[in-house]
Unconditional design. Structure first.
Length: 451
């Protein structure tokens, strides 16, 4: 309960980046994805148990158990989990979770409550590890005022929109699946006030985890949840002011790019202080990105624009302002180098700026030509998939994000789905999902559609 192994922790989505078979013979292929709900160590400390909701196997249902031996010398094991699992977003368990048969009924985790005793810190960061229970900020205000600080880092950084307090936390929890006791709690991570004051200069955001388009299980780096961004100095006194502020910011940001929303909320963030811990490195990268320009070194822009970089959207926006943006993007989209390709996808999905519209006559032919040139050789370790499946999926997500719904693009996607049929049904299905989205057809299963 609450155990972690390397970067594995409960309530985060993980994508398998190298297939494996666990100690009990459970086969998990490359690209399998799921949400870890519990990590435990056997009483005699010989085995690691990971219970996860694997996509396609146990979505929202009973978890699948993976077992790894402590003394293993190959495969997933302590200190080597990063070779096998890529960490994605936090996915909290649904509140109305069905208990497993014969398990005690898990109580829903209590809603966060204001804790007046936390007012004792008077806006300063606690210099000890204390449990904040469900609260993410060490202040006495109502948790309704608490927001995530941009960018997301390995450690949680959250701020209060009412009193301004900023707190660095790590999260622990259990969904109650085995214990009947669901809980999530945040522990403060002692951090020097100098560093906390620097973190406090970054904007706050509200992430709508339920608001991403309904597509298919994919690498976390390709999923973008809608966000609302608040400048760092935003303060509200009460719920009515918060509602009014969010209505105003929502209206302002609705028609703007994410890069604009983030960039315009970042003002006067001072130089990186010494000794910022590695787990807050995302803030250092983001601060650097605020000081690069469209004319900066192309390799620096490219590394910032990687889909896994916290500065991805800012850098992609700078790249798209370059006079040679179109040529750079198409070259990168055709590159064999995975990092270069990643930056190309980051540009393509936000490339409205350089196209006259989704009907731009250059777009469909060039993108479809690159797609047509991708290898259809089977993947070595994964039956039923082509070795270029991640490339196809990245293109499909970018085309959908861009809203490139010209007849030429739709015809091309239809041809792609037909071509992949029998070679990689996941890519073929993904192409159909994107076609539906571009045609305005609801991809959600019926039970999720509004009546
Ligand atoms: Zn507060």
């Amino acid at each position: 309960m609450g155990a972690t192994v390397d970067h594995l922790e409960s309530h985060h989505r993980y994508t398998v980046i190298r297939g494996f078979t666990d100690a009990k013979g459970v086969r998990v292929p490359f690209e399998a994805s799921g949400v870890i709900r519990m990590i435990d160590i056997s009483d005699d400390v010989t085995e690691i148990y990971i219970d996860w909701e694997r996509e396609g196997v146990a979505p929202g249902g009973p978890t699948e158990r993976l077992t790894f031996l402590m003394k293993a010398t190959d495969g997933p094991r302590t200190n080597h989990m990063r070779t096998y699992f890529e960490k994605g977003d936090l996915v909290m368990p649904p509140r109305e979770r069905k208990p497993a048969a014969a398990a005690p009924s898990p109580a829903a985790p209590p809603a966060p409550q204001a804790d007046p005793s936390l007012a004792r810190f008077e806006g300063l960061h606690p210099q000890e590890e204390i449990c904040l229970n469900e609260n993410r900020v060490a202040c006495g205000c109502d948790p309704a005022f608490h927001r995530t600080v941009w960018p997301l880092a390995q450690l949680g950084v959250n701020a209060c929109l009412r009193c301004g307090a900023v707190t660095v936390t790590r999260q622990v929890g259990d969904d109650g699946h085995h214990t009947g006791n669901a809980w999530t709690a945040y522990w403060t991570v002692p951090t020097s006030q100098v560093i906390v004051d620097w973190l406090a200069q970054f904007p706050r955001m509200n992430i709508a985890y339920g608001g991403a388009p309904w597509r298919w299980p994919m690498a976390a780096e390709l999923v973008r949840y809608p966000i609302l961004v608040y400048p760092a100095d935003t303060r509200v006194a009460d719920q009515a002011s918060l509602d009014a502020l969010e209505a105003r910011l929502g209206a302002e940001q609705a028609a703007q790019s994410r890069a604009w929303c983030i960039g315009s909320a970042c003002t006067n963030i001072s130089a990186v202080p010494p000794d910022v811990p590695e787990a807050l490195n995302a803030f250092i990268v983001a601060r650097h990105a605020l000081y690069i320009r469209p004319g900066s070194d192309l390799d620096i822009l490219k590394s910032h624009a990687h889909l896994r970089s916290p500065s991805c959207e800012l850098a992609a926006d700078l790249l798209l302002r370059r006079p040679d943006a179109y040529g750079v993007m198409m070259e990168w989209l055709g590159s064999a180098d995975a990092n270069t390709f990643s930056a190309g996808v980051a540009m393509l999905r936000d490339a409205r700026r350089i196209f006259s519209g989704p009907d731009d006559p250059r777009l469909a032919p060039q993108v479809l030509r690159i797609l047509d040139g991708l290898s259809l050789e089977p993947a070595k370790d994964v039956p039923g998939r082509v070795e270029t499946c991640l490339r196809f999926e990245s293109f499909l997500v970018a085309i959908a994000d861009l809203g490139a719904n010209s007849p030429a693009m739709l015809d091309g996607l239809s041809a792609l789905a037909a071509k992949l049929h029998g070679k990689d049904r996941y890519v073929a299905d993904a192409a159909r999902v994107v076609m539906n989205e571009l045609n305005g057809v609801d991809n959600r299963p019926p039970e999720y559609r509004k009546s």
